[in-house]
Design a protein around this ligand. Structure first.
Ligand code: PAF
Length: 277
């Protein structure tokens, strides 16, 4: 079976088969983490569509939109190897009308934790994801747990706007030493990479504790040990559905999330844990 590459919405409409569709939205620079999303998609539908689109709306003015890695030919090889049926790779002009007015607002969830550091980011994510849902019309869409707040706001959009698509969260893929896979890891020097390992180390140490207070302080101590080369943005212990901070009385599943800059590269990671009394 040949991979179909649809470079615009008309080609995409022609490529859609008659069976069920699973969508894997990406910004390209595909790595092992994306391969795991594609594999999760393949077992859930007849046809797998991978979108590759570096979405300008979700980057702030001082972020890495222009230098975000673009590796289209290698991405197509990954898609071929993983048995993807269609790659949808629209241009920004095909995606966004020049006179566009309306966008999706992520609400309060878009303004806290990651959203507090990246104003407008989640509005941009939701706007493109809703457009992708409308263009591809998938029965199911797969997103990585690595972007835990993104997953939560997308689930919230689906619930609040009554969208007929099932959202599946797929586990974070890590290097053997714990570093969460990310397209931005390629920005890291060997030295940065060694410093960046403090993120997953802190999450593991925090997750071994039992109370919200101990989880936060233990993880924070590991991050502090990394010294000034790690510029901590936030460490948050939150309810996975709302992304609001939890207190010591909270019971149930929680997300311990961290964001930090290492050598100019902003990295995020998280772990899901369970709080009981
Ligand atoms: O997770 C990403 O790569 C992006 O945020 C997404 C979901 C493809 C939207 O641009």
């Amino acid at each position: 079976m040949d991979l179909i590459v649809a470079g615009n919405r008309d080609d995409l409409a022609k490529a859609r088969g008659t069976g069920s569709v699973a969508l894997v939205p990406t910004m390209g620079a595909l790595h092992e983490g994306h391969r795991s999303l594609i594999r999760a998609a393949r077992v859930r539908a007849d046809q797998v569509v991978v979108s590759i689109f570096v979405n300008p709306l979700q980057f702030g003015p001082n972020e890495d939109f222009s230098r975000y890695p673009r590796t289209f030919d290698a991405d197509l090889d990954v898609c071929r190897e993983e048995g993807v049926h269609v790659v949808f790779a629209p241009s920004p002009e095909d995606m966004y009308r020049p006179d566009r007015q309306v966008s999706v607002c992520a609400g309060e969830m878009g303004t806290i934790v990651e959203g507090a550091s990246r104003p407008g980011h989640f509005d941009g994510v939701l706007t493109v994801v809703l457009k992708l849902f409308n263009l591809v019309r998938p029965e199911v869409a797969i997103f990585g747990q690595k972007d835990a707040q993104q997953l939560a706001v997308i689930r919230r959009m689906v619930a609040d706007l009554d969208l007929a698509v099932e959202i599946v969260g797929a586990p974070t893929v890590r290097e053997p030493d714990g570093l969460a896979l990310s397209s931005r890891n390629r920005y890291l020097s060997a030295r940065d990479r060694a410093v960046a390992l403090a993120l997953s180390r802190a999450l593991r140490a925090g997750a071994a504790e039992l109370t919200a207070g101990a989880i936060r302080s233990t993880a924070r101590a590991v991050l502090d040990e990394a010294g000034p080369d790690l510029d901590l943005d936030y460490l948050a212990l939150v309810d996975p559905a709302t992304f609001k901070e939890v207190d010591d009385a909270y019971e149930g599943s929680a997300v311990l999330a961290v964001a930090a800059r290492v050598g100019g590269t902003r990295l995020i990671d998280n772990v899901v844990l369970s709080l009981r009394h």
